[in-house]
Design a protein around this ligand. Structure first.
Ligand code: HEC
Ligand code: HEC
Length: 418
């Protein structure tokens, strides 16, 4: 995956110590969530927890209550935090959590030079006494899965190919990715997809699963090595994403908002339509559009009219550049208007499957369209961490739009989530 984002990315490669320090500073802002998760989990929170919420940057790992610090990295309600590469722990069973704590303590995980994220985790496990590890594991295992907190899928693979590949995984991880205690194979459904991609790559390279003593890791490593190529890693994870019924990428969030409308629609058509949207990534490119989007029969399609900008400065002389703003400003306005309109219909940018973009040329670029200016606005809504779903898209330069000075018009087609 090329979309790893950490607070340290901008600073380039860092020694691990430096990464940890800057991340801890970042984590401090998340400390309040620790208490919230503990309360949700029904765990007694010492009354000092809040007062202790401002530890110095350096000795955070020495804190007496181990579970508080798990939440700091692993996110609100332990649902994972991509910003610090910490996976979801909520919903993982105690036997697996406990085994992984052992793996970190034994150095099976978090010692290989390529396993930078494991190195972030390892000291969290080694600093604790065995009793504290048990307490932390019991805490993590008691935090229920929070379906509403599941981050949208980020992986842009081919779930159809992934389904075929997953047949080999199901023997241990279960048909529905539910895991299998007898085989010490963890649940996969609902796990953060970016994390699974990294783990599979690490199993393949030997950064995980190759250490002597790590018998379960070695078993999994053999399966990972049986995947034919790196694309297979992404494809199988794209399929695992579909096993999680709470995956918002599949339209869960919007569905809740429009439950009444959806029920009505199902009643009217007499059959519950199932929205299957498959997005084919652009080969060998991270440009944020899809090569193609496939929609199964029975999906409700919504055609949205072209949207033009609001004036950036309504007091300026009409139709001037100052009145409308430049291409980027106009595009931002178009997207925010579109967002409002979609929201009102129980839809969001994640449901867009096709987009047409019309741009007018600008004098600064000798009459050519300001494609970069448009892309600056587009990237804020498509291909971001929050909204990874990419539409098939075309962009055209046109001679003019409805009013003089308008530079941007965007129309979209959407697949209404099931
Ligand atoms: C400094 C941030 C940080 C803190 C604090 C932290 N973790 Fe982690 N943890 C990580 C990262 C990053 C990973 C992913 C490692 C990898 O990619 O191999 C991880 C991985 C794990 C895993 C492996 C999950 C799996 O699916 O295999 C477990 C279990 C875990 N952490 C438990 C805990 C517990 C329990 C605590 C509290 C005692 C804790 N962590 C505190 C950063 C942290
Ligand atoms: C023979 C049984 C077996 C098969 C087949 C298998 N796995 Fe695993 N898998 C495991 C075990 C055992 C672990 C736990 C390893 C450990 O304890 O570190 C694991 C761990 C994982 C993890 C890491 C989960 C985490 O939370 O860190 C991922 C991801 C994974 N498997 C994906 C797959 C995929 C995808 C396939 C199919 C290509 C597959 N596995 C096939 C046994 C298996």
């Amino acid at each position: 995956m090329s979309d790893r984002k950490s607070p340290t990315d901008a600073a380039g490669p860092n020694p691990v110590g430096a990464i940890s320090r800057s991340r801890f500073r970042f984590h401090r802002t998340l400390l309040a969530s620790a208490c919230r998760a503990a309360i949700l989990a029904g765990t007694a929170v010492a009354s000092t927890a809040l007062q202790a919420a401002e530890p110095p940057d350096t000795d955070i790992t020495l804190a007496p209550e181990p579970y508080r610090y798990c939440v700091v990295c692993h996110g609100v309600e332990l649902m994972g935090n991509h910003a610090v590469d910490a996976p979801r722990l909520a919903g993982l069973p105690a036997w697996y959590l406990s085994r992984q704590m052992t793996a970190f303590r034994e150095g099976w995980r978090g010692t290989h030079p390529d396993d930078v994220n494991g190195m972030e985790m390892r000291p969290q496990a080694t600093v604790l006494s065995p009793e504290q590890v048990d307490a932390a594991v019991q805490f993590a295992a008691s935090v229920p899965e929070q379906p509403h907190q599941v981050a949208p899928g980020r992986v842009n693979g081919d779930p159809v190919r992934g389904e075929t590949l997953y047949q080999a995984c199901a023997a241990c991880h279960g048909d529905a990715g539910e895991g299998n205690e007898a085989l010490l194979s963890p649940p996969l459904a609902g796990q953060s997809d970016w994390y699974m991609v990294t783990q599979l790559r690490h199993f393949r390279s030997g950064a995980r699963g190759a250490a002597s003593g790590d018998t379960q890791g070695a078993i999994m490593r053999a399966s990972a090595l049986a995947l034919p190529d790196d694309q297979a890693v992404v494809d199988v994870v794209a399929y695992i994403n579909t096993l999680n019924t709470a995956q918002p990428q599949r339209g869960e969030t919007a569905m809740k908002k429009t439950a009444a409308a959806a029920a009505l629609a199902a009643g009217l058509t007499g059959a519950a339509a199932s929205a299957e949207v498959t997005r084919y990534p652009l080969p060998n490119s991270d440009f944020p559009i899809a090569q193609a989007v496939e929609i199964s029969a029975g999906t409700t399609i919504v055609y949205h009219s072209g949207m033009v900008p609001r004036p950036a400065n309504p007091d300026a002389t009409r139709y001037t550049r100052e009145f409308w703003g430049d291409t980027e400003t106009q595009a931002m306005s178009v997207f925010s208007r579109l967002e409002e309109s979609l929201k009102a219909k129980g839809l969001s940018f994640g449901d867009v499957v096709k987009m047409q973009v019309y741009l007018v040329g600008v004098p600064e670029l000798n009459g050519a369209m300001d494609f970069d200016g448009f892309m600056n606005a587009y990237r804020r809504y498509f291909g971001s961490d929050d909204q990874p779903n990419l539409p098939a898209r075309s962009a055209f330069q046109v001679a003019g739009l409805a009013a003089p000075g308008m530079l941007v018009e965007v129309e979209v087609v959407l697949a209404r989530p099931e």
